[in-house]
Ligand binder design. Structure first.
Ligand code: ATP
Length: 350
């Protein structure tokens, strides 16, 4: 059994009649990198702020490393926080900004200067201690904000969209750095993002949120390959969704005259109405119309728009009155009338 890191029980937050969180419980292990992901307004920030003790009128309990902190003010919870917009003090040097994180904390065995130097080294910015924040790039400022949050050796690190103000390339670089530092320190980390790719890339586990509730908590691979709900299937992995009826032999789903194959262990019964999710990369383009493959597991579709992604093409196809999105690593751009093949191992019944 792993040690508990952050335990949230029955968190409910209502702002002026708007339910931001409706009775959410989460159990995060010590040392885990845990991400809250979901669209704008789903309650991610409210959850993070409630764990930090910054939400007034939050109903529910919070325990950190087994300590009940429900009634504790933010400064007594021993959490470090990094926000989207740098939030460094502009009139203080980098050194002073990081030292500010230490103002109420003595770090055993080290002077303030030693601790600041250690943190600047950790975020790989030892050379900029005397600069002011405005002399740093956005990415560097976020690394300093991270160093400041980590200075007092918090039990939990809370990160609220820390990369969203940065350009795409920097975002990817910095997310690797955050993950590396998190692993080095083994610090329990809760990360908020609306970017599913970022959530999947960084996390040990992900909580997918929607409308103030959690729809699924699982490892990134599970959320991606085995989404628990229609919402998760659409939000993570851009799944194609098909509504249909399970065939008499239980091996397929009849959808508008076609049959999509089901795995033998799909756990459905004949005649049942189901929704099937299929990821774009799990569909194979097998050539032009009437292409190879079993007729039972193919659709005849027409390519409408193609995006070149570098390592693959994303083809937006039309089948009857539906859109079907296909991602193919084929060397040639798919075009015109195509046959799309489905594999039983890649159809998920929701
Ligand atoms: P975003 O990604 O846009 O930051 P989010 O998922 O973090 O969104 P929250 O900021 O937690 O969502 O907001 C959840 C809901 O609560 C939203 O409907 C929001 O408008 C509302 N809300 C948040 N803070 C307040 C507040 N201080 N007063 C009133 N309503 C609020």
């Amino acid at each position: 059994m792993n040690e508990p890191g952050v335990e949230v029980e029955g968190m409910r937050v209502v702002f002026d009649g708007v339910t931001a969180l409706g009775d959410v419980s989460l159990s995060i292990e010590a040392g885990e990198f845990f991400t809250l992901v979901g669209p704008s307004g789903c309650g991610k920030t409210t959850m993070l702020r409630s764990i930090a003790g910054l939400t007034e009128g939050a109903d529910g309990s919070v325990a950190i490393d087994g300590r009940d902190v429900t009634s504790a003010p933010p400064e007594a919870r021993n959490v470090g926080m990094v926000f989207q917009n740098y939030a460094l003090f502009p009139h203080m040097s980098v050194h002073e900004n990081v030292a500010y994180g230490l103002r109420f904390h003595d770090i055993e065995g080290r002077s303030e200067d030693e601790r600041v130097a250690e943190l600047l080294d950790l975020v790989d910015l030892s050379g900029v201690a005397d600069r002011s924040p405005e002399q740093l790039s956005g990415g560097q400022q976020q690394r300093i904000a991270l160093a400041r949050a980590l200075a007092p050796e918090p039990d939990v690190l809370l990160l609220d969209e820390p990369l969203s103000a940065l350009d795409a390339k920097l975002r990817k670089q910095l997310r690797v750095q955050i993950k590396t530092i998190q692993q080095e320190l083994s610090i329990t980390t809760i990360y908020v993002t609306h970017d599913q790719a970022e959530a999947l890339a960084l996390s040990d586990r992900v909580a997918v949120m929607h409308g103030g509730n959690v729809e699924q908590v699982a490892a990134p691979e599970t959320v991606y390959r085995d989404p628990a709900s229609r919402f998760v299937a659409e939000f993570v992995g851009d799944n194609n969704l098909f509504d249909g009826t399970v065939t008499d032999d239980g091996m397929g789903v009849a959808v508008d005259g076609a049959t999509l194959p089901l795995a033998a262990d799909a756990g459905v019964s004949a005649g049942e109405s189901v929704t099937v999710a299929v990821r774009p990369e799990a569909i194979t383009v097998v050539g032009g119309a009437n292409g190879a493959g079993s007729p039972d597991s193919t659709l005849e579709a027409t390519v409408e728009t193609v995006e070149f992604l570098g390592d693959a093409y994303r083809a937006h196809c039309r089948w009857q009155d539906r859109r079907v999105e296909v991602k193919t690593a084929a060397a040639e751009q798919p075009a015109g009338d195509v046959t799309l093949r489905f594999d039983a191992a890649d159809t998920q019944v929701l």
